[in-house]
Every structure is written in C-alpha cells, then in structure tokens.
Design a protein around this ligand. Structure first.
Ligand SMILES: [Zn+2]
Length: 142
C-alpha cells in the first residue's frame, strides 16, 4: 500500500507558521481578536485545538524559541558591538536591559506560531486535516 499523501504539506505548515496562521486550515485564528497575547483555545474556522491547556510543552517550547531568538538575534549582537567598541558599555547594558524585555514581548505571538509550526513540521500526520487528532500523546512519537 503506498504511503498516503498528506492534505496539508510541510511547506504549507511552514508558511502558516511564519504568518501566524492555524497550521490545520490556514485561518488567522491563533489569537483572540483585539488581544495581543491571549491564545484561542480552538481555531474558530476548523476547531483545531490551538491552546493545549494541560500540555506545558507547547508553552515552554514556544518560550524557549523566543528566548533563543532574543539571545542570538538581539543580545549577542549588542554584546559583540560593545566588545568591539562600536558602542559604549553603558549603552550596551541599557540596550540589553530594554531589549531583554521588549524583544520577547514583540516575538511572543510569532514564537507561539513557530512552535506549532515546528511540532507539525516533524509530525504532520498529527494535524486533523491529515487524519490525526491534533493532540500530543496520540502516538509514541510525541
Ligand atoms: Zn484552523
């Protein structure tokens, strides 16, 4: 029997993840309308379980991505600029202090989407559109 072709491809999952869309249907439904940080429990368009209340991995995973991108994308360049004398030490400390708070807040929405993208990129068969239940723990690969 030939392997089944997924309805939602990995390329679609990546595009949806980078544009903060539901990985299952592509709707702009990850966050509650009018809020910045409140994740919807389910997708309003397809019912996909976005916020897995009792699955801390989805929160901690996205925060780890957020931390890593902030560290490598902002704090490390500031440290290198100070190290090579492009900016002063005081300026670097102020920039790092402000950036350590502001950059993760700016990346919060994207990091939640990136983690969903990361998860379903490697386990696309877990998406309901591809025949999965959309929940972690559905097989031994989780
Ligand atoms: Zn959806």
């Amino acid at each position: 029997m030939p392997p089944s072709v997924p309805k939602v491809t990995r390329a679609q999952i990546v595009v949806r993840g980078l544009t903060n869309r539901c990985p299952n249907c592509g709707a702009h439904s990850l966050f509650k309308p009018g809020t910045l940080f409140q994740v919807n429990e389910t997708c309003g368009a397809c019912g996909f379980a976005i916020n897995r209340g009792n699955d801390e991995a989805f929160f901690l995973g996205s925060m780890s991505l957020n931390y890593g991108v902030t560290l490598v994308g902002f704090l490390l360049p500031v440290a290198l600029l100070a190290f090579f004398g492009v900016i002063g030490t005081t300026t670097a400390i102020v920039l790092a202090g402000i950036g350590a708070i502001v950059v993760p807040a700016l990346l919060y929405r994207s990091s939640r989407s990136w983690f969903l993208m990361n998860y379903y990129f490697f386990l696309p068969h877990h998406l309901p559109a591809n025949g999965g239940t959309g929940r972690a723990g559905q097989d031994e690969n989780t």
